[in-house]
Design a protein around this ligand. Structure first.
Ligand code: 5RP
Length: 253
């Protein structure tokens, strides 16, 4: 299993349906994912994000293909997403064949009122950001724990940053010098297993910041540091977010 599959506890959609829907968080994820798929997906090329909420989006897509004859090609953002697409019998595509997507649907670790996002809890931020940038509409699906007034309120692990392995120390030092806070190399479950390795063969730094920031500026600053591949701040990319709530409703933002 890839880093993200391990980190997120890989679930196939069929196992997803087994999840007890009396779990309010799982139910919230499912409600958000189903609504987003129903409201935004028509025939065409669809970007598939990564994480546990996306499992439900793929499940719903597969249902619609079977029930309505929906005609979609799915472009994955990770090894996990690719497996989900294949396991659900959906058509798999890539950006080489399909560089323009109608819609990309993805989860988030945190979303503020402007729909600025922190993503990359599963380490797939680079490919997720590429997909989002190729989509006419980038739609976020999440449970109620992810909505916040300002970033850092809910997600305490910081901004994930994908880096070239040999550069992780100088990059970490430069981030701290330029932006303050603390950068830590993300380790696998037990630190003896070594660093988490992304689908692209890179490492992840988690930058724990303090206070409010101009996130567009931070995003640019991070990406200017040699060795940084991409960072998990998504600023001005999301068109709409669906948050499944604990009372069974869906909040649209
Ligand atoms: C993976 C991501 C995920 O979208 C994010 O971590 C949210 O995951 P989940 O749906 O499991 O809460 O950015 O890199």
């Amino acid at each position: 299993l890839s880093a993200v599959s391990r980190a997120l506890g890989h679930q196939s959609a069929s196992r997803g349906t087994d999840v007890k829907m009396n779990d309010p968080v799982e139910n919230a994820k499912r409600l958000a994912a189903y609504k987003a798929v129903d409201n935004h997906v028509v025939d065409g090329i669809i970007g598939i994000g990564s994480g546990s909420t996306v499992v439900y989006a793929v499940e719903r897509l597969a249902q619609r293909v079977k029930d309505e004859g929906l005609d979609v090609i799915c472009v994955p953002s990770s090894f996990q997403a690719k497996q989900l697409i294949v396991e659900n019998g959906l058509r798999l595509g890539d950006l080489e064949m399909h560089p323009e997507l109608k819609v990309a649907i993805d989860g988030a670790d945190e979303a503020d009122h402007q729909l600025t996002l922190i993503k990359g809890g599963g380490g797939c931020l680079t490919q997720e950001k590429i997909l989002a940038s190729c989509a006419e509409q980038f739609i976020v699906i999440a449970d109620y724990r992810k909505a916040s007034k300002s970033l850092g309120e809910q997600w305490k692990k910081g901004v994930p940053i994908e880096v070239i392995p040999s550069s992780y120390r100088p990059v970490a030092q430069k981030i701290e010098k330029l932006l303050g806070g603390k950068s830590e190399l993300r380790m696998s479950g037990s630190s003896k297993a070594g660093p988490v390795v992304t689908d692209n063969g890179n490492f992840i730094l988690d930058w724990r910041f303090e206070g409010a920031h101009d996130w567009k500026e931070v995003e640019t600053t991070l990406n200017m540091i040699p060795g940084v591949v991409e960072n998990g701040l998504f600023v001005g990319m999301a068109k709409k977010a669906y948050f499944g709530m604990s009372d069974g409703s869906v909040m649209e933002q």
